[in-house]
Design a protein around this ligand. Structure first.
Ligand code: ZN
Length: 236
């Protein structure tokens, strides 16, 4: 399909994917040809960044268009090799309309160092996101990787993949990007605190519960792995 025949929705989403790609690249959440960004159209098909591309330099015509099995809708650009992460997320979450997969350095480093981002420490994150769980290691480029996040995706809009990267789900592209932005900012604060203090202390459970109780009053409905432990191993 050429630019001439794109619907208004398709043109808008292709442009928005490029914008989020540039933001992610400029903020160092992805480098080289890392990461991928997608959006689900109202007909159920997926627009996604192409394989091997640097996300800071994309034009709308570079975006790939696939169906819910990952099959190309046209003879245009080929989708990212990590398209499976996106397909699993859209399968499990009919409410999800956009996904950012990135390699935010502080957040990935903390998974490598074994620092649990799910630990409730920062009030803003407890209230808005709830928790940041980490999926077990999966080999990139294989069907194993998307399956590692399937349980967590049902339970959380924000998650890490061990030693690899982040997945954030949104009601639209800016929402998915906002969660990536918040995730890496959280990781930076925890990193600094970890270095300064030599470890991280969770907030007391009664404080955490008080904050979680404000979510319903504030109308916050993001899926919350702190409250329900859904998809997360129970604390040891
Ligand atoms: Zn990746």
């Amino acid at each position: 399909m050429s630019a001439r025949t794109w619907s208004e929705e398709e043109s808008r989403l292709r442009t928005a994917i490029c914008r989020v790609g540039k933001l992610s690249y400029d903020r160092n959440y992805i480098v080289g040809a890392d990461g991928n960004i997608s959006a689900r159209m109202s007909d159920g098909t997926i627009l996604i960044t192409p394989t091997g591309a640097m996300k800071g330099f994309l034009e709308p015509v570079h975006i790939a268009h696939v169906d819910m099995t990952g099959r190309a809708m046209d003879d245009g650009p080929k989708p990212s090799s990590e398209v499976g992460i996106h397909l699993v997320s859209y399968q499990e979450r009919p409410d999800c309309k956009a996904i950012c997969h990135a390699h935010p350095p502080h957040a990935v480093a903390l998974t490598i160092a074994g620092v649990d981002l799910q630990t409730p420490i920062i009030p803003e994150i407890i209230v808005t996101i709830g928790g940041i769980p980490t999926a077990p290691f999966g080999t990139p480029g294989t069907p194993e990787l998307p399956e590692t996040i399937r349980d967590l995706v049902r339970c959380s809009d924000v998650m890490m993949m061990q030693n690899h990267g982040s997945v954030t789900l949104g009601a639209n592209l800016m929402d998915a990007y906002k969660k990536l932005d918040m995730l890496e900012h959280t990781a930076k604060i925890l990193w600094l605190a970890h270095v300064a203090k030599g470890g991280l202390e969770p907030l007391a459970p009664d404080l955490v519960n008080k904050m979680l109780a404000t979510r319903s009053k504030l109308g916050i409905t993001t899926r919350n792995t702190l409250e329900n432990q859904c998809g997360v191993d129970p604390p040891r």
